[in-house]
Design a protein around this ligand. Structure first.
Ligand code: E4P
Length: 217
């Protein structure tokens, strides 16, 4: 399973990259705003800076909600760096724009996906990635992981190339469960990624090894 980090924070991106396990980055307008990145020029420069820090795909989300606007914005974003994936909302014009970009060989990520039917449309439009938001479904007492299972089944039935990018991952168990189900990618915060490192038996075992080594010196 590929690991993407879901942030626009350059320090966190660098930290995940330094671990050697990072495959890409996802951002959204809220994450950009959280870092105080506002205004078209600053946002564009920030995408360029993110691309310099990672080797993999970087999702950059359009703000427009109409087909023409999405195409215009998406073309600018895609021209910034070959790593850029144009992130489009799961609305009718987003599906049309996804088809437009996939026909041109431009990578896409269809976002804000909350149902298997939406994921099916994204695959038919040729999306590179589909982003089902599992945490936000859990927030409204709906099983987000079940959606990942449904999409996995549908995509495998028809051998769709679209990669399932489990999004809105909130904690380590989400990551482990997504890996069990067979999500192609997960995107989550640094805390969820580094949380996978932790086990008290690792810490106590290491402490004992080091203490025993010291006894012999
Ligand atoms: C996905 O690409 C989104 O940026 C993200 O995963 C949303 O997560 P949230 O529900 O924690 O805001």
């Amino acid at each position: 399973m590929k690991f993407f980090i879901d942030t626009a924070n350059l320090e966190q991106i660098k930290e995940a990259q330094a671990l050697g396990i990072l495959d890409g980055v996802t951002t959204n307008p809220s994450l950009m705003a959280k870092e105080g990145i506002t205004g078209e020029a600053n946002i564009i420069n920030h995408y360029k800076a993110i691309c310099e820090e990672v080797d993999g795909h970087v999702s950059a989300e359009v703000i427009s909600t109409d087909f023409e606007g999405m195409v215009k914005e998406g073309e600018v974003l895609a021209s910034l760096n070959p790593q850029i994936v144009v992130k489009l909302p799961m609305i009718a014009d987003g599906v049309k724009a996804c088809k437009y970009f996939s026909d041109k060989g431009i990578k896409t990520n269809v976002t804000l996906v909350f149902s298997a039917g939406q994921a099916l449309l994204a695959a038919k439009a040729g999306a590179t990635y589909v982003s089902p938001f599992i945490g936000r479904l859990d927030d409204i007492s709906t099983d987000g992981l079940n959606l990942i299972s449904e999409i996995r089944l549908i995509y495998d039935n028809y051998m769709y190339d679209t990669q399932i990018l489990a999004a809105s991952v909130r904690h380590t168990m989400h990551i482990i469960d997504c890996a069990k189900i067979g999500a192609d990618v997960m995107t989550g915060p640094l805390s969820a990624i580094t949380g996978l490192l932790k086990h008290p038996l690792t810490d106590s075992g290491l402490a004992k090894f080091l203490a025993d080594y010291q006894k012999g010196h």
